[in-house]
Design a protein around this ligand. Structure first.
Ligand code: F0G
Length: 359
């Protein structure tokens, strides 16, 4: 397997699928060394794994290639999910590839434009619920049980099986186990998935230690952070989650308890960042590193910046931040933050005057 290219299916022996998978060639995403941001923070070994480089622009594709393959393997005829956007975009694409219908429930008015566009164009039945994600998830769970539709939210264990390959790839690309892995946390599926995969590698004897699993949430939507800092045995739901990072605008994470285990068993931590810190790191990644991510993704790196400023982590650590979705997912939030293009008459003089004032 060592000669197989880095991708989800490189690790197929550790995945549950036994049929030819429904694949769009997911995984194998770049691991970038954040040279400038790392230098500024005094972190020489800071990396970003750019999950926005997956087929539909987020890490969800890793879960969906396995989840939709399992739907086919199990003989299911239709699939559904609730989503803050990326899961729906990914499910729509993989259902299209598999040739089965998909139904997606979105919180009305709270999903980034690019994600809705993807779900629509890939042919899912898109239903906007006039409430938040947590309510949409409760509704789709009932719908799936009653109608015999295959549910592909992260309550589906096969989704998480696919997503665990993020950790496998990070180790293969880095050539060693990172000291810390940092993930934005919404429904808490991804951090739990990565942890599960790493534990499996440990049990199989491939690695002898685990990275400190570190979860970052938005300040307006941080039930996992509160459970960790309060030493609570379970995650108490936040009834009115709010953040510009709509992907992680989730108050009742279904995998919350698993995330607590991942963080506590590895000596990791959880922290929160404000919307301003998220957007500021989105710009830094774009402008200092050339890496375009959506707001929720910038939360992981913004969280490290905050933890290092608080003196909570060691500067020598090898840190892999998972940046989860692509810049183009949420163009509206980008346009709001950036100056408009300079519009000029089509003359050389007008052009030169703008160019001169630009350097
Ligand atoms: N980052 C992005 C870009 C996401 O879309 C999500 C979750 C997360 C981080 C958090 O991952 O839920 O596993 O803790 N998006 C889901 C969705 C909820 O519906 O697309 P998590």
């Amino acid at each position: 397997w060592n000669r197989r290219p880095i991708s989800v299916w490189r690790y197929r022996e550790l995945l549950p699928v036994t049929i030819p998978p429904v694949t769009l060639q997911e995984g194998g995403t770049p691991l970038y060394h954040l040279e400038r941001i790392g230098r500024e923070l005094g972190l020489p070994h800071l990396y970003a794994k750019h999950e926005g480089m997956n087929p539909t622009g987020s890490f969800k594709d890793r879960g969906m290639t396995v989840g939709v393959s399992m739907a086919i393997q199990l003989g299911m005829k239709s699939v559904a999910c609730a989503s803050t956007g990326n899961t729906s975009a990914s499910l729509a694409a993989y259902a299209a590839k598999a040739g089965i219908p998909a139904i997606v429930l979105l919180p009305a008015g709270k999903v980034a434009l690019g994600k809705v566009a993807q779900a629509l164009m890939h042919g899912a039945r898109v239903i906007a619920i006039r409430d938040n994600f947590d309510v949409a998830l409760a509704m789709v769970r009932n719908l799936c049980i009653e109608q015999g539709i295959y549910l592909l939210n992260s309550v589906n264990p096969y989704r998480l099986e696919g997503q665990k390959t993020i950790g496998f790839e990070a180790i293969d690309q880095l050539g060693e186990v990172p000291d810390r892995m940092v993930l934005p946390v919404g429904n808490a599926g991804n951090i739990s998935a990565v942890y599960k995969g790493l534990r499996e590698l440990e049990h199989l004897g491939f690695i002898d230690r685990l990275p400190m699993m570190t979860g970052i949430q938005a300040a307006g939507s941080q039930p996992v952070v509160e459970a960790i800092s309060g030493g609570l045995p379970e995650v108490r739901p936040e009834m009115h989650p709010e953040t510009v990072a709509t992907a992680i605008r989730i108050g009742a994470p279904v995998n919350g308890e698993k995330a607590l285990i991942a963080i506590r068993e590895t000596g990791g931590t959880a922290g929160s960042v404000t919307d301003e810190e998220i957007l500021s790191m989105q710009r830094e990644l774009a402008q200092k590193e050339g890496i375009g991510v959506e707001p929720a993704s910038a939360a992981s790196v913004a969280g490290i910046k905050k933890l290092i400023e608080e003196g909570a982590i060691d500067r020598d650590e090898r840190i892999v931040c998972v940046v989860t979705g692509h810049l183009l997912k949420d163009p509206e939030t980008v346009i709001k933050q950036c100056p408009s293009p300079v519009e000029i008459d089509a003359t050389e003089q007008a052009l030169l005057s703008v160019v001169r004032s630009s350097f």
